[in-house]
Design a protein around this ligand. Structure first.
Ligand code: NAD
Length: 489
């Protein structure tokens, strides 16, 4: 079995902590590798090496720094099939979903290649006679990202390409549940001969994260994961004087109006709820049918959900793969059971289903529940699995009120043929990513990945211009030059 290593200052190293965790293939139950659980010393060394590399990396012209990103793009594209297969074996998602992640990672590299323009400052000439004033952007030092399990490839690319292009050095900490894809990417990146220490990889879990949050050499932390941990990372990181952006969990509503397109809407809804087995932070979780939409869409949505082929992600027929862990599977099964015991109706029950040949995998098939009591976990918590909460409301106003009463604000979508209804929804809804006739409103790399309320802690988001602002600090210069510069001031 492969024992993974950390990558620090261009060298593959065992963790000093000496602690390891088995990594399981969620689709088969097989152990695929063991991952180091790095401790405080491992983080300290990585951060020291990254801080030492910062001194010279920030002096490399941005135009030269981005040449490495062009190289990364070529490597990802050339090796997409291999990386996607590793991602599927560790995360349980389908091969098509893993390939989609790589496309998103590449888009971020492409946008970050625009840093020479995006980093440009502002200039005012002659603010007073012979005096000019300007703002320049400079890198802040060592950055680190802490990633979740559900997008092992894409999420670190929301951050580190921008950090490096701006002149910072960096540490990536993947989720301990899916460490292999990023490890392979780092192996492949070795051919680029990045200066040692510029880009580092450190594996681990809670202890590793807590060491990152207090290490004095690390100046900026980007976190993506559950709300509970996002809150902890934000408060502990900012308390240590770091810049922190922390993206949290979600429970995304999707509103269907009676005039929505009957042909396309049910399939888009099923793709949103069941893509990545519901383990997507922008996945719809609660589907609200407004007025006559109940009559028109309920059966079609159930049919679309039933048609999703659930099997091992490497099987080409698979449209929905496995859940990340056995604990996650049993947690979700308990949530479904609790809702049922409190009076909910299970319209489609995905529990206790068999995927032939993969009996040890963590599978729950598409599930739909209606009339979920408001005090049940299914109504109040992020399920993060293939479970749809089907609800009904009389008016769009009621639906918007329901959306806005919830604690999260990651995504909200509406399906309608009415411009005014769509406008009202996007204007009034308290969420950071809005979809109109779109089921998964994932921002392209040249837009920030937004998020409101308990779904985001911080000010600046990942991707594009927000990332450039996050990874740079402004310096304002006021400069006086007389025509005869030898004249005494
Ligand atoms: P998680 O919070 O369990 O773990 C995220 C990271 O934090 C991992 O690297 C993990 O090692 C670390 N971690 C876990 N527990 C910790 C603790 N107690 N203290 C310090 N660090 C800890 O999240 P997950 O289960 O890996 O990912 C799923 C969650 O991520 C869901 O809630 C999902 O909504 C969220 N997510 C959000 C977005 C977004 O953009 N808002 C995107 C993807 C996923």
């Amino acid at each position: 079995m492969t024992r993974l290593k950390n990558y620090i200052k261009g060298i593959w190293l065992d963790a000093k902590s000496g602690q390891y965790l088995d990594v399981e293939n969620p689709g088969t139950g097989d152990i695929v590798s063991s991952v180091p659980l790095s401790g405080k010393d491992d983080v300290r060394i990585a951060a020291e090496k990254a801080a030492a590399a910062f001194g010279t990396w920030k002096e490399v012209p941005a135009e030269k720094r981005i040449q490495y990103l062009f190289g990364m793009k070529a490597i990802l594209e050339k090796n997409a099939d291999e990386i996607a297969a590793i991602c599927t074996k560790e995360s349980g998602k389908t091969l098509a979903e893993s390939k989609g992640e790589i496309v998103r990672a590449v888009e971020n590299l492409e946008v970050a290649c625009g840093i020479p323009t995006m980093m440009q400052g502002e200039f005012s000439e002659d603010i007073s006679s012979g005096i000019d004033e300007f703002v320049i952007r400079q890198p802040i030092g060592v950055g680190a990202c802490i990633a979740p399990f559900n997008f092992p490839v894409m999420i670190p690319f929301w951050f580190f390409p921008y950090a490096l292009a701006c002149g910072n050095t960096y540490i990536v900490k993947p989720s301990e549940k899916v460490p292999g894809a990023m490890t392979r990417i780092f192996e492949l990146f070795e051919e680029l001969k990045l200066p040692p220490g510029v880009l580092n990889l450190i594996h681990g879990a809670k202890e590793t994260v807590d060491a990152i949050l207090t290490d004095p050499n690390i100046k900026a932390v980007s976190f993506v994961g559950s709300t509970k941990v996002a809150r902890h990372v934000y408060s502990k990181g900012t308390e240590s004087g770091k810049r922190v952006q922390a993206q949290g969990g979600a429970k995304n509503p999707l509103v269907v109006m009676e005039d929505a397109d009957t042909e396309t809407t049910p399939k888009i809804i099923a793709d949103s709820v069941y893509g990545c087995a519901g383990q997507r932070c922008l996945a719809a979780s609660t589907v609200i049918l407004v007025g006559g939409a109940r009559e028109k869409f309920k059966d079609k949505i159930i049919a679309a959900a039933k048609s999703k082929a659930t099997c091992y992600g490497l099987d080409e027929k698979s449209e929905m793969g496995a859940l990340i862990t056995k604990e996650s599977k049993s947690r979700i099964e308990k949530i479904i059971e609790e809702a049922r015991s409190k009076g909910a109706t299970i319209l489609l029950d995905g529990r206790n289903k068999r995927v032939n040949g993969f009996e040890k995998g963590n599978y729950i098939f598409p599930t739909i529940i209606e009339n979920i009591p408001e005090d049940s976990d299914a109504a109040t918590t992020e399920i993060f699995g293939p479970v749809m909460n089907l609800k009904y409301s009389d008016t769009l106003d009621d639906a918007i009120k329901f959306v806005n009463d919830g604690p999260f604000g990651n995504a909200a979508c509406i399906f309608t043929a009415s411009g005014p209804a769509a406008r009202k929804f996007r204007h009034e809804v308290a969420a950071g990513n809005i979809g109109v006739n779109i089921g998964v409103p994932a921002p392209m790399a040249f837009f920030p990945f937004s998020g409101w309320k308990d779904s985001f802690f911080g000010d600046l988001h990942g991707q594009a211009k927000h990332a450039v602002e996050f990874f740079t600090q402004t310096k304002v210069v006021i400069e006086r030059w007389h025509e005869d510069w030898t004249r005494k001031f």
